[in-house]
Every structure is written in C-alpha cells, then in structure tokens.
Design a binder for this molecule. Structure first.
Ligand code: MTE
Ligand code: MO
Length: 531
C-alpha cells in the first residue's frame, strides 16, 4: 500500500533516501577506513559532548549496552528528521531541504574533526550525500505529483501513468505523470538499492577487519617467564560467579563506537614526551621483552554498588616499566598519558607504573589473544586503579608528562585524576527479591580491596549482628575474593547486607557515594522473601 497523502509519501521518500545515504556512506567508509563513517562520527561527537552526568548515567544504566542505546537513539532522530524533511519537501523544497543540509554539514564537520587520519575520509559523506540527495529529489518529485496523489483506484492492475496525467494544478508543480504505482516502484527501488549496497558493504566487510581477524587468529601467545597456575582450589565460593570471568562475558566499557580492528603486524607503539629519546615499537620489539603473566581484577569507576562492571582475568604481556625504560624516563615526569588508536586517553600516576612488577602492557587475556572488544592487539592493565586511569585499550601512544601540564579524557569531564579502586563487596546470591525456602540458604558474593586484599567479609540479616563469612582462597592481592555465608532463614521478608574489611583493617564505609568523581561507596543489600 502506498500512502495516498503527498506528505505521507514524502515521509516515505525521506526515509528511503536516508537509508540509501547511510548504506552508501557506511559501505564506502568500510573501504576508506576508520573515522570516515559520518554516522559513527556523529555518534562520537554525541559521546564527546555529552555532559558527564549523562555518560555516567548511560554507563551505569545500560552498562555494556550503552552503545546500542546510543545508536538506536541516533537512528530514531535521523528517521524522524528524514521523514519530516520528506513530508515538508512535498510542500516546500526550501523547508524540506534545510534539515538534511544542516545534518550533512554537521556530519561532515564531525568526520573532519574526528579521529580519522585518511585524507580521503570525507569521501564517503560526499558521495553518499550526492546519491541520497538524488534519490530524495527524485522520490519527492514523484510524491508531489498530483498524479500520484489522485492515483485512481482502478489502476491497481494498470501500470500506465497516462491514466492519471489529466490533472494540472499550478499550486503543486507537476513533474510528470506518475501513478501511485510509479512512486511505489521508485521507493521500492531505492530501498532495494540501499539493501544491496549494505550487503555489498558486509561482503567487502572492511578488508582491514579481515586482516585483523586473521592476525588475531594466527597470533601464538609466547610462553611467560612465570605461569599463573589454575584457579586455586577453594577460590570459588559463589555459585554464580566464576573466579575468572570468561572473555565473552567480561564487562566492556569504552567510548569506541566501532571497535578498532588492526593487525598486530601493523601495530606501532610510540613512547615519547619527557624521555631521553622517542622510540617506536613494533610487534617483534615487544616480543623481545620478558613476557609475564599476572592475575588482576579490573574495576570500572562507573560500577554502582552491587554492580557488574568488574571482572577478574589472567593477563599476559610485558612490563610497562620495561617498555618505558627503552625510552628513558625523565625524573621530572609524574604522569603516563596513554592514548588509544581512536584518540581516547588515560592519565596514570607514574609511580604506579615505574617499579611496579605488575603493571602490564597486555596482549593476552585468559590464555587467548585479547578479544577486539578488550583491546587487541595491546592494552594497559595496572592493578589497584579504576580502568579510566589505567587500562587503555588499543594503546598506541605512551607519553611521559606531568599532571600540572596535561589532562586525560575523563579528567576533562570532571572525574578525579587520583582514582584508586575503593574497597567494596557484592552479594551475588540470593538475587534481589528472590523467593527462598526457610532453612539453610547460601549467601555468597565477591569483595575486593586494591593492592592489599580482603581480610574479612561480614553479613548482616535485617538488624542483627554482623556475622563473618567464609573467605575463598586468592592467588594474590590483585584479585577479588569470594565469600560465602550459611544462613538459616526464617519465614518472612529479610534484608541481607554485606561489608568488607581490607587487610589494613579498614571497614567498608556505609556512606553512599555516587560513581562520579572517583567511585561509588556504600553497602550492598538485597531483599528476599522466605516462605
Ligand atoms: N581506548 C579506550 N580504552 C579504555 C576505555 C575507553 O573508553 N577507550 N575505557 C576504560 C575504562 S573506563 C574501563 S573501566 C576499562 C574497561 O576495560 P574492559 O572493557 O576490557 O573491561 O577500559 C578502559 N580502557
Ligand atoms: Mo571505567
């Protein structure tokens, strides 16, 4: 069914041409390379310009799905604007063309100021605009034609445009006879064209991405000087949380709307700034260093009390300090400013890196090359600090500098420069609002304290006394610790609370703090119903 009203047809025309434009631009962007896709460039600008409360709300609320939500949001806005412009254009070309022109100019600006480096990066936007605009003008003209508006019902089986060519209305320019059928065919053609272009894009699938996938698949992890043994017996006390989180389930937080895909063979890591010399390391240079393995728990500053933005893994890589030594660090430097291939940056206090045997440039995670989402081919991992000041993924740049001279991505958005992980604990079992049977029930979860580890975990039922929980084994101080408490539950509604004490004897604070500017605090609790 083709809508009869010109405005409705105009809306359809707008949508179809927008889809074609996006299919063309993303397909060409796959060929031209990073930073040339206008949709992603606009998304990047939205992320970049979002005020910190908005981004932290998005990360806390949507967690690893924040990007999906952003793209759906942008998609809805683009669809509304496209449909609205098409409808407007059936009345006035000038009004109808204003939104797309503004949008295209904004997208071009986003591409040109974005993270792309290719001199051709504006090409996909330009070509797609020409194609999309042609489709738009063509379809809107058909939509405007009185012929289409009055398309006779009996022409349902008659393709002849002559049947509707008898009307000449000066108010609406008639570009030629067109039946609803013609409009339908043309819009259908544009949609099929968009689909075909998008499918071609999928097949071409960015040659770069395929090279990167092949590079990752072919990467043999070197044998480390030390090998981290398997999970210690007695480490897993929580029935739902593995001590080591499998890569596919590991939480993901970053600002990258497209995951960088670069082959290890093409990787260059630059070390410069307040150094004796600038060095550029390639893969072979990294492999020439001593390879070590470390088990380290990563925590995101945006992890709310009881949240899931924390994970533990075994990392294999080289010592960050060994890499910096190749460049020679000036004694005046106090910050390591690390940058990723997409321009994101983190500032790490240098004293957390130099002389720290556990601060890594990692290329392996749980026995595999890093997954692309987690930084392939190379990322930083520094124990004890929240990820935004320590865990740069896709790292290409290590600059030695000073806190009084430079600021990193989240610091310019109001987050703390000093960001040690705060010690905390979480109840995994029972789940919130669980229905339990009276009698023995397992209460279990995880607790973590940076650098020194956990010495005590206590559970409180309603307003009762704090009861010590059983503690799991740990391989060292850089990981979380599991705990378990046997609860003889009585019928009724009960609130369970947990608090952890670190190895220095400090009890986790009850005071609630938001995640901004330096991490949440407070006791996690769950409410259960026992029958
Ligand atoms: N390039 C890049 N690296 C990044 C980020 C980012 O946005 N871009 N986010 C950091 C943050 S805030 C965290 S918590 C960790 C999360 O690492 P993961 O996604 O591997 O769990 O990556 C860090 N490294
Ligand atoms: Mo984070």
């Amino acid at each position: 069914m083709t809508p009869r009203h010109p405005a409705a047809r105009g809306a359809l025309a707008g949508l179809a041409s927008a889809l074609l434009l996006l299919a063309v631009s993303s397909t060409l962007a796959g060929v031209v390379g990073r930073g040339s896709d206008p949709l992603i460039a606009v998304g990047d600008v939205v992320v970049l310009l979002s005020p910190p409360p908005v981004t932290s709300f998005a990360i806390e609320t949507f967690g690893s799905y924040d990007k999906l939500v952003l793209f759906v949001g942008i998609g809805v806005v683009v669809a509304l604007l496209a449909a609205g412009s098409g409808a407007l254009a059936t009345r006035s070309w000038v009004l109808g063309l204003i939104p797309p022109v503004v949008l295209v100019l904004a997208a071009s600006a986003a591409v040109l100021t974005g993270s792309g480096t290719s001199p051709l990066r504006i090409l996909p936007t330009v070509v797609a605009t020409v194609v999309g605009a042609t489709a738009f003008v063509l379809l809107v003209r058909l939509a405007r034609s009185r012929g289409a508006a009055t398309g006779t019902d009996h022409d349902a089986t008659d393709d002849s445009p002559a049947a509707v060519s008898d009307d000449h209305d000066e108010a609406v320019p008639v570009v030629g006879p067109a039946s609803r059928r013609t409009f339908l065919t043309a819009s259908g053609g544009v949609l099929v064209g968009a689909g075909a272009v998008a499918a071609t894009g999928q097949v071409l699938g960015g040659g770069g991405a395929q090279d990167a996938a092949a590079s990752r698949a072919g990467l043999a992890l070197p044998t480390p000087a030390n090998a981290v043994p398997g999970v210690p017996p007695g480490a897993e006390l929580s029935p739902t949380t593995p001590f080591r989180i499998p890569n596919a389930e590991f939480y993901r937080v970053d600002t990258a709307l497209t995951v960088p895909q670069v082959a290890a063979e093409d990787w260059v890591l630059r070390v410069h700034g307040m150094t004796d010399r600038t060095v550029e390391l390639r893969w072979a240079d990294l492999m020439a260093l001593e390879v070590v393995e470390r088990e380290i728990t990563l925590v995101c500053v945006s992890n709310p009390v009881g949240g899931e933005l924390i994970g533990n893994a075994v990392w294999i890589g080289v010592r960050l300090a060994d890499v910096l030594e190749l460049a020679g660090v000036s004694p005046d430097a106090d910050m390591l400013l690390s940058g990723s291939i997409d321009g994101w940056t983190a500032s790490t206090p240098l004293d957390r890196v130099v002389g720290n045997d556990d601060a890594l440039l990692a290329f392996g995670m749980n026995g595999e090359p890093l997954p692309f989402e987690h930084g392939f081919p190379l990322r930083m991992v520094v124990p004890g600090l929240y990820g935004y000041v320590s865990a740069t993924k896709w790292v290409t740049d290590l600059e030695l500098t000073r806190f009084d001279a430079d600021q990193a991505y989240w610091s310019t958005r109001g987050y703390s420069e000093e960001a040690p992980i705060k010690h905390s604990s979480r109840i995994d079992v029972p789940a919130s609002f669980a229905q339990l049977e009276a009698g023995p029930n397992v209460v279990a979860g995880v607790a973590w304290a940076p650098d020194i580890g956990i010495d005590l975990v206590e559970v409180q039922v309603d307003d009762g006394d704090w009861q010590p929980a059983e503690l799991g084994e740990v391989p060292g101080e850089n990981t979380w610790r599991q705990w378990r408490y046997e609860w003889s539950a009585e019928a009724g509604q009960h609130t369970l609370r947990v608090r952890a004490t670190d190895a220095a004897g400090e009890v986790q604070t009850e005071d609630r703090a938001e995640v901004a500017p330096d991490g949440s605090t407070g006791w996690h609790s769950v409410v259960t119903t026992v029958t």
